[in-house]
Write a protein that binds this ligand. Structure first.
Ligand SMILES: C[S@@+](CC[C@H](N)C(=O)[O-])C[C@H]1O[C@@H](n2cnc3c(N)ncnc32)[C@H](O)[C@@H]1O
Length: 257
């Protein structure tokens, strides 16, 4: 990605963001992998889970964002972190687990990249992937809708292209099954309890809103975020305690070579 990620913004909702990688890791059928890569390791929250589960393994975090890598190195000193782009990177032959939580939705033509990575694993090696499958949710649909009109429309002509809808589970199955001995594809829908609609805006400032805010100047960015906040407040009404529920479907894949 052209612009850097912000580790600080991403970690505002660390508990919620770390639950899917916990759920993904729970389904990885490996007792003692030699080398584990955390692809798109971000600020190291998912890397920390991998180190806890596999204390004997060589665990390496990989990311393309300097800010995320800085944060990950500060969080887990003495651990290896690698700057690389998943579009081109290949694992070495001792790699038994490729773990990728919330990254492949950002990688262009990711199905082909998943195939290539799975092919590179030794027999019994595991590719474990989680991606948000939320492009049809109001929070993301509203970003696209708002970007299409209003004073920012010209600046945001390309923004919606940053995230495609995910292929169906059946499409992933047909794509990966010929390369696997075992394949599990499933969805989990989380309902994150958020303090209010403004918390939803903050959540997405750390992820899906980034391609919409980054191209705008300060005034335009403030205007877009304020208008988005108003639409979010309508789409996510308060529950009985004043909080709002952020419905969040996610797709999981565990593929054993
Ligand atoms: C949403 S964060 C996920 C962080 C962490 N894995 C977690 O479980 O919360 C996505 C990360 O993927 C990284 N990323 C995006 N595109 C990438 C690419 N092409 N190659 C490597 N990393 C990438 C971003 O820099 C960001 O740190």
């Amino acid at each position: 990605m052209a612009e850097d990620w912000s580790a600080r913004q991403y970690l505002k909702f660390e508990d919620e963001r770390t639950r899917p990688p916990r759920d993904l890791l729970a389904q990885v059928p490996l007792a003692a992998p030699r080398c584990v890569f955390d692809l798109g390791c971000g600020p190291g929250n998912s890397t920390e889970l991998l180190i806890e589960r596999y204390p004997q393994a060589e665990v390496v975090g990989l990311d393309s964002s300097p800010d995320m890598l800085r944060q990950a190195r500060a969080r887990l000193p003495g651990r290896a972190f690698l700057a690389a782009d998943l579009a081109h990177w290949r694992p070495h032959e001792r790699t038994d687990l490729l773990f990728a939580n919330a990254v492949f939705q950002w990688v262009p033509d990711h199905p082909a990249v998943l195939q290539r990575l799975l092919e590179a694993l030794p027999a019994g090696g595991v590719l474990a992937v989680q991606m948000p499958d939320n492009t049809a949710e109001p929070a993301l649909a509203l970003m696209r809708e708002m970007a299409a009109s209003g004073p920012w429309a010209t600046g945001l002509a390309q923004a919606a292209a940053a995230r495609d809808d995910l292929p169906t589970p059946a499409a992933y199955y047909d794509l990966l099954r010929p390369l696997c001995t075992h394949l599990d594809v499933w969805h989990t829908v989380y309902n994150h309890v958020m303090a209010g609609p403004e918390a939803i805006v903050e959540w997405f400032r750390g992820s899906a809103l980034r391609p919409f805010l980054a191209p705008l100047d300060d005034d335009m960015r403030r205007g877009f975020a304020a208008a988005y906040g108003e639409r979010i407040a309508q789409a996510y009404p308060p529950r009985c305690d004043g909080k709002v529920l952020l419905r969040f479907p996610r797709l999981f894949i565990v593929a054993v070579r």
